[in-house]
Design a protein around this ligand. Structure first.
Ligand code: FES
Length: 243
């Protein structure tokens, strides 16, 4: 499989595998409220069609999968350290919501919509202006050395340990959080979105891109179902732009 084209076939069939959502016993780390929306529960798999295991994630490496729609990218991270818990966050409209923290044995696994809450920069198979920057690495966005998701389009920085609370830059709200569950067998599942997302504006603005990468807006707007291919950002995109 050409890994850069994997998103075209993500989540809409093509790979046969056992999916048993009823065996999931993990907790759903999300809060109820207007800024919480349940979508299809889908299993994260690798490019070979095998279940992605939480314990196999490399620490501080950007993984990309599309959720909740075929054309909306998200970033999955094992941050390697315990995240904060029950973080109070606000949308740009002032609406409050609670991000309950990471999952996994170390509570270090998180996922966020990779569509910037400022002006919608996002990873594509051609390039990415938005990604997690490892601890210790410098950025022009702020003085903090890494451990942040940076959008190099206008230098917004978000803290993934705290629900992607904004740290610097023009963004006015956190990145929306993708709710991830770790099942007893170590498999990973996505099931909901918490926070104010930008999906509507994104689909409206990037019509040509939807055509180029997903075969049209209608196809890009389909819900991901059953499983979704997840690869590293390096595999997904040709060029990572990081300032
Ligand atoms: S689009 Fe991300 S900072 Fe402007």
């Amino acid at each position: 499989m050409d890994r850069r084209n994997f998103l075209k076939i993500t989540g809409i069939g093509g790979i046969t595998m056992a999916v048993l959502p009823s065996t999931i016993t993990g907790s759903l780390y999300a809060d109820d409220g207007r800024l919480f929306e349940v979508y299809e529960k889908v299993q994260l798999i690798n490019a070979d069609g095998e279940a992605l295991k939480a314990s196999s994630l490399k620490k501080e490496v950007n993984y990309v999968f599309n959720y909740p729609f075929v054309g909306t990218p998200a970033i999955l991270l094992d941050l390697g350290v315990v995240t904060h818990q029950k973080v109070k966050l606000f949308s740009e409209d002032g609406e409050e919501y609670i991000w309950k923290g990471g999952v996994g044995t170390q509570r270090s696994i998180v996922a966020y919509s990779a569509i910037c809450s400022h002006q919608l920069a996002h990873p594509t198979p051609e390039d990415s202006f938005l990604q997690y920057l490892q601890r210790g690495k410098t950025t022009m966005a702020c003085e903090q050395k890494g451990g942040l998701i940076i959008c190099s389009s206008h230098l917004s920085a978000f803290n993934p340990l705290k629900g992607c609370e904004k740290v610097a830059g023009p963004a006015e709200q956190p990145l929306a959080s993708i709710i991830i569950e770790v099942a007893e067998d170590d498999t990973l599942w996505a099931s909901a979105v918490l926070g104010a997302d930008k999906f509507h504006e994104y689909f409206k603005r990037y019509k040509l891109e939807m055509k180029k990468f997903y075969g049209g807006k209608r196809k890009a707007k389909k819900l991901v179902k059953e499983h979704v291919v997840t690869v590293t950002l390096n595999e997904y995109t040709k060029e990572i732009i990081q300032y």
